[in-house]
Design a protein around this ligand. Structure first.
Ligand code: FAD
Length: 338
């Protein structure tokens, strides 16, 4: 199912993180008091999400908390569930477009970044909290002469976001190296899921599919375990340097959220958008990058609605000219009008 159908299926035009409960204001106030007691002035109210996304776009979150470790993440999610307030799990905000109206309910920014490496005879196991940055794990593994994550050198997201979207680059995918994840279940228990239970697909997983259907409470990934294998540091460093060189040559430097659309069965989405004559097209301060047509960049003051208008335009043009339906790789979150 395409992300757009998931978006428009919502009766009130809202998407993930939007409250649909009649008593939402009371529940929100009660959660606010409980969170103030729990985290004090670390609880932010009406926090602009533009400060927490790589697009530098996004309206306010009613409530916003940054957590630094797994226990705190569990406590805060449990509170939100108790008060029946929708919550949204934010990693680095590098694969989402948050609406201009922002996200109703609670946004939890995950900065639980611990990691542990266990080197065995023929392989190594890297265990990381979901807020760890994938590129830091790539660097750490390469320092230890371990292959498996070096393709992630230029990916700015967290482990949680990378599992949700089965992040990948240069032929590598999270699904190739993931052993298992630990998730926080609705009953508060922690459950371990093997990689085969994560239902990975191209830039998707059961978690992304669940987000799309449910609209309210996000699944919560706490940790992930990766399998790495020994290789010479020199060879790994060379590969990483080549990936970085290619990225710098091909990708725009302005704020973006990476590739907008998934690769289609036949062609890269950027090629189709370029062929449709939209490379460089600008709406407000949002632009289909003149450097790479599958990137939309924020030239300064772009609104989410500007980016969405370019997304819709690209989709329509490609469908009309080539009969191909582009599917979003990025997730639209928050309250949308359409
Ligand atoms: C310049 C640039 C280059 C990029 N290059 C690539 C690339 O080469 N390959 C690629 O695959 N991607 C790429 N991306 C996209 C992005 O970095 C990845 O998709 C990344 O894995 C997203 O992680 P995040 O922490 O930013 O997730 P977010 O954007 O914060 O969140 C994405 C989704 O994951 C969910 N989520 C986050 N953490 C958790 C958790 N702990 N539990 C449950 N759900 C969670 C969120 O609720 C949301 O649904 C690029 C982005 C940029 C800006």
């Amino acid at each position: 199912m395409s992300d757009t159908r998931c978006l428009s299926a919502r009766p009130n035009g809202s998407h993930r993180g939007a409250s649909q409960m009649p008593d939402a204001p009371e529940a929100l106030s009660a959660l606010r008091r409980a969170l103030e007691a729990e985290v004090g002035d670390r609880l932010l109210v009406d926090e602009p999400l533009s400060a927490h996304t790589s697009y530098r776009i996004g309206g306010p979150a009613d409530l916003f908390v940054t957590v630094e470790d797994q226990d705190e993440l569990c406590r805060i999610v449990t509170l939100a569930r108790e008060y029946q307030v929708p919550y949204f799990l934010l990693g680095s905000g590098t694969n989402i477009l948050v609406s201009d109206k922002g996200i109703r309910g609670l946004v939890i920014e995950n900065r639980a970044r611990g990691s542990r490496l266990e080197v065995r005879e023929e392989e190594a196991i890297l265990q990381a909290e979901a807020g760890a940055l994938l590129k830091d794990l790539a660097e750490k593994s390469v320092q230890h002469g371990l292959a498996g994550l070096e393709w992630a050198v230029g990916i700015p997201g967290t482990v949680g976001g990378a599992v949700v979207g089965n992040a990948g680059a240069y032929g590598g995918y999270v699904s190739d190296v993931l052993i298992q994840v630990a998730i926080l279940q609705a009953d508060g228990e922690i459950q371990e899921l093997g990689a085969e239970e994560v239902e990975f697909g191209y830039r998707t997983s059961r978690f992304k599919a669940a987000n799309c259907k449910r609209g309210a409470a996000s699944p919560v990934i706490l940790t992930a375990q990766f399998r790495l294998h020994p290789e010479s540091v020199k060879a790994l460093r060379e590969r990483m340097a080549e990936y970085t060189r290619q990225r710098e040559a091909r990708q725009p430097g302005e704020p973006s959220a990476g590739s907008v659309f998934k690769r289609t069965a036949q062609y890269p989405a950027g090629f189709l958008i370029e062929q449709a004559g939209l490379k460089g097209k600008r709406i407000g301060d949002a632009q289909i990058s003149p450097k790479h047509a599958n990137f939309i960049v924020n030239l300064g003051q772009a609104k989410a609605s500007d980016v969405k208008a370019l997304i819709d335009m690209a989709r329509e043009a490609v469908l009309k000219q080539f009969g191909i339906e582009l599917e979003l790789e990025q997730e639209l979150v928050g309250e949308w009008n359409d």
